[in-house]
Design a protein around this ligand. Structure first.
Ligand SMILES: Cc1cc2nc3c(=O)[nH]c(=O)nc-3n(C[C@H](O)[C@H](O)[C@H](O)COP(=O)(O)OP(=O)(O)OC[C@H]3O[C@@H](n4cnc5c(N)ncnc54)[C@H](O)[C@@H]3O)c2cc1C
Length: 466
């Protein structure tokens, strides 16, 4: 089992007080990273309980994410609750149970990308692990606290109870439809239904022998199974050491709303009937599904509140990903790691705004690029039978997945590990400081400040020396 080693972390010489709105995965991850960087943290979460019970969900932890969890010293705890390590994605057609092809992430490739790996975990367990780690790191986490308004200029957060809190920085981790996102944008934001609904359900491991097709005929616990049908897809993966499966069914948008906080009310039989006998059988074995409608959200130009320079958004509040996205969790953990890293260099109050803009500089381009891939990937899941579906299936059958790179089906290519998995969030944050952070700091201190050439020369010498 991989060790839960943690890396040495820089700590600020100027601790400030962060108030984080939202104790979902992003808020808790930011709390860990900011505490590790030496800052004071209060998290305000409207849920009464961090683990409210109900459906446990499923999260895919990608190599770029497990790398951060290792640096935070959390992998040991994760390994007590997660699936075994995964290395393959297998594609089938529901119709005729045809095996289309597979994509394997070899040990060599993963090693080249910095040693991260794939594991899967229930959403509830991941949240509980992050919660425990945030508390252990010294964050104050207040549940049952609904944030009703924010005043960026005075950095004041007001709760529905009437209580007010003043912060050094307000971090909006309150999700895609949260309050802070609107405060940062300075207006209401739009979202539009975007093509599909994700239905989430689960299958106990003891039932897998009754529908072996869901694991390709045997309990192959090293693979994710993607099964395409006409306009929809059944996606399954284990989420704990027992091998219980999370099952996502991506189906065309039917006009009905729903989100992760909803009740599991959907009878899966109605979704899969007529596709394959084993799917009809599966529908009798799984609990009712949660309906999560997918929306395209307006892209935020800025993640930092411009006028105050002291409010920032992270995770889904900054960059809402398509539902069931592969990198949703990787991106929010990277956000947290970068935020913690850039704030570990803080030495005085006047640097706060620059540092928040630095966080945006480091994260926004990557998140936009990954978002684009995720939208495309989700579209492949719900292709109706026709020329595009045939091209997708043929590419899989040919097993020349690397040729997908650059084509309209450019997923699961060799480029993927290099672009996505090799990223090291800590290094990205440190690099920002060494290139731009120090530069801005010098420029701010020097009078007159408009000497770009001189400043650039000094900084490159400094960077080489360090
Ligand atoms: C309960 C739940 C279960 C989920 N399960 C899955 C899953 O199994 N698989 C999957 O792919 N995705 C799941 N998701 C979605 C996924 O967690 C998010 O898309 C992604 O993790 C982004 O996380 P986030 O922390 O940025 O935002 P969110 O997960 O949306 O978290 C935002 C948090 O902010 C809190 N909040 C919002 N407004 C306020 C306010 N005004 N005051 C105080 N607190 C506030 C919310 O209660 C929530 O805890 C789930 C989301 C939730 C909320």
């Amino acid at each position: 089992m991989p060790s839960g080693e943690s890396s040495t972390v820089e700590r600020t010489s100027f601790p400030i007080n962060f108030t984080i709105v939202g104790g979902g995965l992003s808020g808790l991850a930011c709390a860990i990273a900011l505490r590790q960087a030496g800052h004071d943290v209060v998290v305000l979460e409207r849920d009464e309980h961090i683990s409210p019970g109900g459906p446990r969900g499923g999260c895919r932890l990608t190599p770029n994410m497990t790398k951060v969890l290792r640096q935070w010293g959390l992998l040991e705890e994760v390994h007590k609750r997660c699936s075994s390590i995964m290395n393959t994605v297998k594609f089938y057609k529901c119709e005729g149970d045809e095996f289309l092809g597979q994509h394997e992430y070899t040990d060599e490739v993963l090693k080249e990308c910095g040693g991260g790996y794939w594991i899967f975990l229930s959403h509830e367990d991941l949240r509980a692990i992050l919660y425990d780690a945030a508390v252990k790191a010294g964050a104050e986490i207040r549940t049952g606290c609904i944030v009703s308004s924010i005043e960026p200029e005075t950095r004041t957060v007001t709760l529905a109870s009437g209580e007010t809190l003043t912060a050094g920085v307000i971090v909006g981790a309150d999700g895609a439809t949260g309050l802070v996102r609107k405060v940062v944008a300075g207006r209401e934001l739009t979202r539009t239904p975007d093509g599909y609904v994700l239905f989430h359900t689960s299958l106990k491991a003891e039932h897998i022998p009754e529908v072996p097709e869901i694991r390709g005929g045997n309990v192959d616990d090293k693979a994710v199974f993607v099964r395409y049908a006409d306009g929809f897809c059944v996606y399954s993966y284990p989420v704990n050491p027992d091998g219980d499966l999370a099952i996502h069914i991506y189906a065309p948008d039917d006009g009905e709303d729903g989100d992760w906080n909803g009740q599991p009310t959907v009878n899966v039989a109605g979704l899969v009937s007529g596709q394959a006998p084993w799917l009809d059988k599966l529908a009798t074995l799984v609990p009712r599904a949660i309906r999560v409608r997918n929306f395209a959200h307006e892209d935020l130009d800025d993640w930092v509140h411009e006028a105050s320079g002291h409010v920032v958004v992270v995770g889904d509040a900054a960059h809402p990903f398509p539902q069931g996205g592969l990198q949703t969790f990787g991106m929010l953990i990277e956000d947290a790691a970068v935020l913690g890293k850039v704030f570990s260099y803080l030495t005085e109050e006047s640097q706060v705004a620059n540092t928040l803009w630095g966080f945006q500089d480091v994260r926004q381009t990557r998140c936009r690029a990954v978002h684009k891939r995720e939208v495309h990937r989700a579209r492949l899941f719900t292709l109706k039978n026709g020329p595009e579906q045939e091209a997708r299936d043929e590419a899989l059958r040919s097993r020349k997945l690397e040729q997908w790179h650059g084509s309209d089906l450019g997923l699961y290519s060799l480029e993927e590990p290099r672009v996505l998995f090799a990223y090291d969030a800590n290094e990205a944050g440190a690099e920002w400081w060494q290139t731009w952070g120090i530069l801005r700091e010098r420029a701010r201190r020097e009078k007159p400040v408009d000497k770009p050439v001189m400043v650039g020369v000094e900084v490159s010498i400094e960077a080489n020396v360090s």
